[in-house]
Design a protein around this ligand. Structure first.
Ligand code: G6P
Length: 475
């Protein structure tokens, strides 16, 4: 039996160079957790970028890092230069694909140089992988930074089992067609035997683009492409449910969180947690909270919004501008409504440890997740699972992929401030019995369709794909 090869832009380990030594930090993200049981079995390797520029490393240091990543973490690093990071990562990945696939057409840049870099870096990934691929390996590629890689591998290894999973939305044809290099991206993806998305809507959008741009029809989510068959399906990603449900972080807590618990008193806590990103709808969320405070003054001094924004991609101009916009909005709300006893929004521009986050979840009456567009949103699932007393309530926008699985939450339109304000009130006022009933239904789903289930289902489907040509769709 061949080995399993996982490929993602970022490795599950990030390398940092300090003045005196090199630091290795394991990632706690959903993907790393989901693939952990496979990755730790031994017969697998994970290839990706260790998060550091190769330009700051001497050859000797690169060799040390490669050896350490290989020996201790089963990881195969792909080093990127400053230029690769600028053009492929910040450029094509995060200034072209990311905004376009999240329907931010006016933020989307079309630049031939970044496209060339995207091709070059996908090729760099292939060249590194080429040294370790054996014909009976199973290869699972992740996300929008590597959409050309399936076809590059297919050309050299026609019988390889190649899977691809997109962690962000696949947009409707009307949006996707705007991309200058749209055919190349589809052809790149179709090198895979199995292409997975979070929801059926994304599957439909992808198949519609394949049909309209390449003229290839599908038959029951399968299609013939060159010499192999491609299956396209939805695999909604879950979380490590048991971990969040059972976790007992109380004795690992930071002093800061201890103070938070001690001082919240009679105030009801609303929490909001995102990476800094314009797709997350943070300014609209603050405006909606302002509207809530305006319309329902009886909540003044009784509710607090803990707004946690984790720094991300700040080198990209739109992200830096967003940070400034959030700061202005937060101070406007606090300036207008705050009293000597009460600050309505507590804004944290930083990350918290997993234990601190779970504690935040457990002490928050409401989680407010209102992305303008989000592939899935695992924070919503983590919050529900962490509230093992079933007494929290999620307010979530319908444009998050997770909304299609979490229908018992309070579902709102991310652009509708009045609806979000009313949603906050409904969640805060909801009787315990109703919250428990709604949460128990969501808990059942989350515990069954956990992240292990997601990875198992995808890998099993990938191993079972055969390359027999399917019959043409009956007319
Ligand atoms: C999203 C993407 C991932 C990405 C993550 C963090 O979840 O789907 O591919 O790794 O954001 O973004 P970053 O740019 O820091 O890798």
């Amino acid at each position: 039996m061949g080995k399993l090869i996982f490929v993602s832009n970022r490795l599950p380990v990030t390398v940092k160079k300090n003045e005196t030594d090199i630091e290795y930090n394991k990632s706690i993200g959903g993907l790393a957790t989901g693939l952990k049981s496979y990755h730790e079995q031994g017969n697998s390797v994970w290839a990706g970028w260790p998060g550091i520029s190769e330009d700051v490393l001497q050859d000797e240091e690169q060799n040390t890092i490669s050896a350490k990543l290989q020996d201790d973490y089963n990881c195969l690093p792909i080093f990127l230069s400053e230029e690769d990071i600028e053009l492929y990562y910040h450029g094509f990945s995060n200034e072209t694909i990311w905004p376009l696939f999240h329907y931010f057409t006016s933020n989307t840049q079309y630049n031939q140089d970044t496209w060339e870099a995207y091709k070059r870096v996908n090729q760099k990934f292939f060249d590194t992988l080429d040294a370790v691929i054996e014909p009976d390996d199973t290869i699972w590629i992740h996300d929008y930074q590597l959409m050309l890689l399936p076809q590059m591998i297919r050309e050299k290894y026609p019988n390889a089992q190649i899977g691809f999973f997109l962690h962000i939305p696949f947009p409707s044809y009307e949006i996707f067609r705007l991309l200058i290099w749209r055919e190349e991206i589809l052809q790149g993806l179709l090198g895979a035997n199995l292409i997975g998305f979070h929801t059926f809507d994304y599957v439909r959008h992808f198949l519609s683009s394949v049909r309209r741009l390449l003229g290839i029809e599908n038959n029951m989510y399968k299609l013939n492409y060159e010499t192999h068959t491609v299956r396209v399906d939805a695999f909604p990603m879950g979380i490590d449910y048991d971990y969040f449900f059972k976790s007992d972080p109380e004795d690992k807590l930071s002093d800061e969180l201890r103070d938070f618990i001690a001082n919240t008193g009679d105030v009801q806590n609303i929490i909001s947690i995102d990476r800094l990103d314009y797709t997350k709808g943070i300014p609209d969320r603050i405006k909606a909270f302002k509207r809530f405070l305006k319309e329902y003054p009886e909540y003044h001094e009784k509710v607090r919004l803990n707004l946690i924004v984790a720094p991300s991609r700040v080198e990209v101009e739109t992200y830096d501008n967003l940070k400034k916009q959030i700061e202005v909005l937060v101070s406007q709300v606090n300036g207008e409504f705050g009293t000597v006893n009460w600050m309505p929004i507590w804004f944290f521009f930083r990350s918290f440890s997993q234990d601190d986050l779970i504690t935040f979840y457990r002490h928050s009456d409401v989680l407010l997740v209102t992305p303008l567009r989000d592939g899935m949103n695992l924070v919503a699932k983590e919050y529900i699972a962490s509230r093992n007393d079933y007494k929290g309530m999620l307010v979530m926008s319908e444009t998050a992929g997770a909304a299609s699985e979490l229908g018992e939450a309070v579902i709102v339109n991310a652009n509708n401030h009045r609806e979000i304000a009313n949603g906050i009130k409904a969640a805060l006022d909801m009787p315990d019995a109703e919250k428990i009933e709604r949460n128990k239904m969501m808990h059942r789903r989350l515990s069954r369709y956990n992240v292990k289930f997601w990875a198992d289902e995808f890998i099993t489907a990938l191993k079972n794909t055969d390359s027999e040509q399917i019959e043409d769709k009956p007319v």
